[in-house]
Design a protein around this ligand. Structure first.
Ligand SMILES: [Zn+2]
Length: 338
């Protein structure tokens, strides 16, 4: 009898707990809805908070739809925002890759204006430090808005194969990856395992940069560039460094076994970004969400002309702002930094 009572009490407790959890879920809006609705960045000092797949950022600036050596794709998504250090890195890559002979970057998604989880796609890209770049070279003409929404990125793989199509792969692809990997702040570049294998098979001379080229699912029609936590972003959580060495080893061979491609079994788990509430994100993300916006997107957009975007940021005193009460340093492009 007593045992049954104990079980009954436990069941009641459990039911109560589940009710409380359910109520919390019903009450708390999803972080992806809140961040997905932000049209402009947080006019605060630039800082990344949390981790690539769980966080947000302030002081974002945007890559213009067109630069001297880039064109933005899928403009309607409003995802060409990043920490100023990422924007600066991409501007530099577009310029230096062009000097190497790559016609220009087709820019895929970066982050939402204030980062955070997205309504669709991408687990990461949340703290303004990730960017997708198409493997398709930029055409010499300017693409129309319609083309930028609808052109499909072409896979570098042979049809139904895990290996690169040699008719599509060029030395220029290698060069743009090598250039990106040469930057100190670029910590990882994600590519399809078939592309990593191609580099392993063909790169001669210095191969140390191959350690940053990481095999991953997808990424056969674009590569994903990730920079480390910028100086001053104390709330940004570093990712473990990739293993030393060129990575052309058993860890790569694994990708050519059946295991990584086996369909998942059991009930499908919801994606983290689809259930995250503000409670899952760093506390600072609340202030990022609530922060005022710059006067306009144009005021904080980099077009590669060398002009430094400036805006009169509304002043607001946040507990963690370094100099509350006076003019906040403006999100700005620093062209000559490294
Ligand atoms: Zn990506």
């Amino acid at each position: 009898m007593r045992k049954r009572n104990a079980i009954g009490t436990m069941a009641a407790l459990l039911a109560g707990l589940m009710l409380a959890l359910g109520a919390a879920t019903a009450r708390d809006p999803l972080a992806k809805d809140l961040f997905g609705a932000a049209r402009l960045p947080a006019a605060m000092p630039a800082s990344s908070y949390g981790f690539y797949s769980k966080g947000c950022f302030s002081g974002g600036i945007a890559m213009a739809a067109d630069g001297p050596n880039w064109q933005g794709m899928r403009l309607s998504r409003n995802r060409h925002w990043g920490h100023p250090e990422l924007v600066e890195t991409l501007e530099r890559l577009s310029r230096e890759a062009a000097a190497d002979g790559w016609p220009g970057l087709l820019l895929g998604d970066m982050s939402q204006p204030r980062g955070g989880p997205m309504l669709s796609g991408h687990a990461s890209h949340q703290i303004g430090l990730d960017a997708d770049i198409w493997f398709m070279p930029m055409p010499s003409r300017r693409l129309t808005i319609h083309e930028r929404e609808n052109i499909s990125a072409v896979s570098l793989l042979r049809r139904d194969s895990l290996h690169v199509d040699d008719r599509k792969w060029t030395r220029a692809h290698e060069a743009v990856l090598r250039r990106a990997a040469s930057y100190r702040n670029v910590e990882r570049i994600l590519v399809h395992p078939g592309i990593k294998q191609k580099l392993c098979d063909t790169v001669t001379g210095d191969r140390s940069w191959l350690s940053k080229i990481r095999p991953f699912w997808g990424h056969d029609s674009h590569f994903h560039l990730r920079i480390g936590c910028p100086a001053g972003s104390t709330g940004c959580r570093e990712q473990a460094a990739p293993p030393r060495g060129d990575g052309c080893d058993d860890s790569l061979a694994w990708w050519f076994t059946e295991e990584p491609w086996r369909p998942a079994t059991g009930p499908e788990k919801p994606k983290a970004r689809d259930v995250m509430t503000m409670a899952s994100l760093p506390a600072e993300c609340r202030a990022v969400l609530d922060a005022p916006a710059p006067a306009s997107a144009e005021a904080v957009t980099v077009d590669g002309s060398g002009a430094i975007p400036r805006t009169v940021a509304p002043v607001s005193a946040h507990a963690y702002a370094p100099t509350p009460g006076r003019d906040i340093p403006l999100p700005s492009w620093r062209p000559e930094n490294r």
